[in-house]
Design a protein around this ligand. Structure first.
Ligand code: PMP
Length: 351
């Protein structure tokens, strides 16, 4: 740290992303990327847009908003696009939390939440997950803070049913409830349909997982026009060109190619199901994941050791050095071939 670094950020503990190594080629099951390339239409539209990169992107994302309104069934003023959904989550911390409205989220959830709280200098409080790693719904009801709820949760993959999400939203009328649906397309129920009834509900989603655009960085939020206007105020105060031209074009292509979206998500769900069975047969314990990853532990190998042994075998998975989940690993659901390689490596490690 230099002597110039602001006093404000002396205690900042930045988020640590999953590694993207360049030393050799790995089977990457550590960052919940899609094993499939972006839709051919998305690729073609992004390529075509490259010829106009001398021009700024449309700060109002009008073409993308129009397609999204049609495909996702929202109003044009009920949606905001951001540079990945990480960005809208940060905007939400900035816009909707403060000394009188602390952020509240489970102790085990997406690791960016406490970082965003620190960066935007708002207080936060965590509520412990239940013993079975499910979200303690009652603790989030009427909790007096701005709730950040990943549904499905990360890294457990466990989804709350919509009635529980609604209970949390309805019981916190004085604060915003942010439902982070990064993984919703792999089998959970979206809260987007509740927006008309709840002016305090913000739903965030991403093109990174189910639409194979992690490298394009495209996320969005759905809410009533008033909440969207607040988020737009933060966005226009920071970076009005946060969605670049190629990503906007790719996003339109991805939204229009619904058949490809369905095909990819269905394949992931099928591979998740078969991989879970194979892992159980090897003695693993798994949470009930509705996401594009599995959360697993084995009675005879520690979490960190398993992660390291898989790395030696050329397979990356994600281990979190966090007390309650240190025996666990999060494994992205890859292609059938990638999961075959994973199972083969695990058989060797466990033998
Ligand atoms: N929310 C959760 C729960 C996540 O796991 C991730 C992915 N790291 C994100 C949001 C953000 O993803 P992105 O910025 O790629 O949209």
């Amino acid at each position: 740290m230099s002597g110039f670094f602001s006093e404000r950020y002396r205690d900042l503990r930045p988020y640590v992303p999953g590694e993207q190594p360049l030393d050799r080629s790995y089977i990457k099951l550590n960052t919940n990327e899609s094993p499939f390339p972006p839709s051919p239409l998305a690729q073609m539209m992004a390529r075509r847009e490259a010829g106009d990169l001398q021009l700024y992107s449309d700060p109002d994302c009008r073409a993308l908003c129009a397609v999204a309104a049609e495909k996702l069934g929202c109003g044009k003023d009920g949606i905001i696009f951001t540079n990945g959904s990480d960005e809208i989550l940060f905007f939400a911390f900035a816009a909707f939390c403060g000394p009188d409205r602390p952020a509240v989220f489970p102790d085990i959830t997406y690791g960016f939440y406490p970082v965003f709280a620190q960066l935007s200098r708002v207080p936060y409080r965590t509520v412990p997950l239940n013993g079975d790693l499910s979200v303690p719904v009652d603790s989030l009801c009427g909790c007096g803070g701005t709730v950040f709820l990943a549904n499905p949760n990360a890294p457990t993959g466990i989804a709350l049913p919509l009635r529980d999400v609604e209970r949390i939203v309805a019981s916190n009328p004085g604060t915003v409830v942010v439902v982070d649906e990064a993984y919703v397309d792999f089998g959970a129920e979206s809260a987007a349909g509740l927006i008309e009834r709840y002016p305090n509900l913000l739903v965030t989603q991403t093109f990174s997982k189910s639409r194979s655009l992690a490298g394009g960085r495209l996320g969005f939020g759905l809410a009533c026009p008033e909440l969207i206007a607040d988020l737009q105020a933060v966005r226009f105060s920071m970076n009005p060109y946060n969605v670049n031209r190629m990503t906007m074009a790719a996003g339109i292509g991805a939204l229009c190619d619904e058949a490809y979206f369905r095909e990819c998500t269905e394949k992931i769900v099928a591979v998740r199901r078969s991989s879970a069975e194979r892992l159980r047969a090897l003695g693993f314990e798994l949470t009930d994941s509705s996401a594009n990853f599995l959360f697993v532990r084995h009675p005879s190998v520690g979490g960190e050791e398993l992660c390291l042994r898989l790395r030696e075998a050329g397979i990356l998975v994600r281990h979190f050095d966090v007390p309650r989940i240190k025996d666990w690993n999060r494994i992205t659901v890859g292609s059938g071939e990638q999961m075959d390689a994973l199972i083969a490596a695990l058989e060797v490690i466990l033998s």
